[in-house]
Write a protein that binds this ligand. Structure first.
Ligand code: NAP
Length: 313
């Protein structure tokens, strides 16, 4: 067995603690060698640094980094890691803009390191069975409903409503990462309306009409102010039956009958992401699919903007 990949985690916030730390701890292909965060602290006496430069200047040997910061600062950190010859795991979204993400892909290829633009929702239990089922049918139409309470899931994360923070498209891009995986044909944005709070820079809700290459409508509602029942659902009608992918891809039903069910989908998605990252490093390969980011950019290119009530936590 090859020695473990020595990995440093950068940006020690919610997702780093909730998912990356346990996934790394349980994967023998990785050894966590350091954490980096401006306001963090040491973790079980592990080397801790307040910047990537301090990590690089230390005697800690690093093969790879996972970047768990908000998207606004991801490109600079990733470029700095790539230039040091480190493999890079990017949390979603891979960067704040398409140009940033494509530049990282070029830079990693030139440097000969692996770059992994991760899409955790694509690893939810229902996604691959849904893709296989849809591949054998003709889509009639579909709906996407991604409606969650930002105050519950992202408390106090002001970066999310700053420019480049994606607003409601922070969760919505997960829906789009699934949609672009399971629907067999490319999606185009036909029309969109984005709601932006008067005191913020990024969307709090959006309605988007996509069509695929054959004209099938995919109607999406993204909402950050959903209270009560939270919804992360994609439903499709085909020539031979209906499909409902719920709970962020964790639960799948065909014609109302359950075909796959996963209680805590994030808990299975992150181990799968790290297995994939280890494969990429071992094979000297990269995986950078920017289609979900491209759709978010296209929505913003085509949308009517509506200014709505100010948002406060
Ligand atoms: P978070 O709790 O705010 O953590 C991000 C961390 O990045 C912060 O704790 C902060 O630590 C560091 N950071 C570095 N530069 C920063 C800056 N300019 N502004 C704010 N923080 C900065 O956010 P998160 O929920 O973990 O999300 C991080 C990324 O993971 C996002 O891209 C998100 O889409 C993705 N993600 C989140 C979830 C989730 O359930 N929360 C799920 C999947 C993916 P220091 O201040 O110590 O540097």
């Amino acid at each position: 067995m090859s020695p473990p990949i020595r990995i440093a985690l950068i940006g020690m916030g919610k997702i780093a603690h909730d998912q990356h730390l346990p996934a790394i701890a349980n994967d023998p292909a990785f050894e966590l060698v350091a954490t980096v965060s401006r306001h963090g602290g040491t973790l079980d006496a592990l080397p801790f640094f307040d910047s990537i430069e301090a990590l690089a200047a230390s005697d800690v040997v690093v093969d790879a980094v996972a970047l768990c910061t908000p998207p606004q600062v991801r490109r600079a950190l990733a470029a700095s890691a790539i230039d040091r010859g480190w493999h890079v795991f990017l949390e979603k979204p891979p960067a704040a803009t398409l140009a940033e993400a494509t530049a990282l892909r070029t830079r990693a290829a030139a440097q000969g390191v692996s770059l992994f633009a991760s899409w955790h929702s694509r690893h939810a239990a229902g996604v691959e069975p849904a893709r296989a089922w849809l591949a054998e049918r003709t889509l009639r139409d579909a709906t996407i409903t991604w409606a969650e309470d930002v105050r519950h899931w992202h408390p106090g994360q002001d970066w999310i409503f700053e420019p480049g923070g994606f607003g409601v498209f922070d969760p919505a891009i997960n829906a789009l990462s699934i949609a672009t995986r399971i629907f067999p044909h490319p999606l185009f944005v036909e029309s969109a309306e984005i709601e932006i709070p008067a005191n913020r820079a990024a969307a709090i809700a959006a309605n988007v009409l996509f069509r695929d290459e054959f004209g099938c409508a995919i109607d999406a509602r993204f909402d950050f102010l959903q209270t009560g029942h939270q919804r992360w659902d994609i439903a499709a009608r085909t020539d031979r039956g209906t499909m409902t992918l719920a709970e962020g891809g964790g639960t799948l039903a065909f014609d109302g009958a359950t075909a796959a069910a996963q209680d805590d989908e994030l808990a299975t998605e992150y181990p799968a992401l790290y297995r994939r990252f280890a494969e990429l490093v071992r094979d000297g390969a990269s995986e950078v699919d920017l289609t979900p980011l491209q759709l978010v950019a296209d929505i913003h290119l085509k949308a009517r903007i509506r200014i709505v009530d100010p948002f406060d936590w």
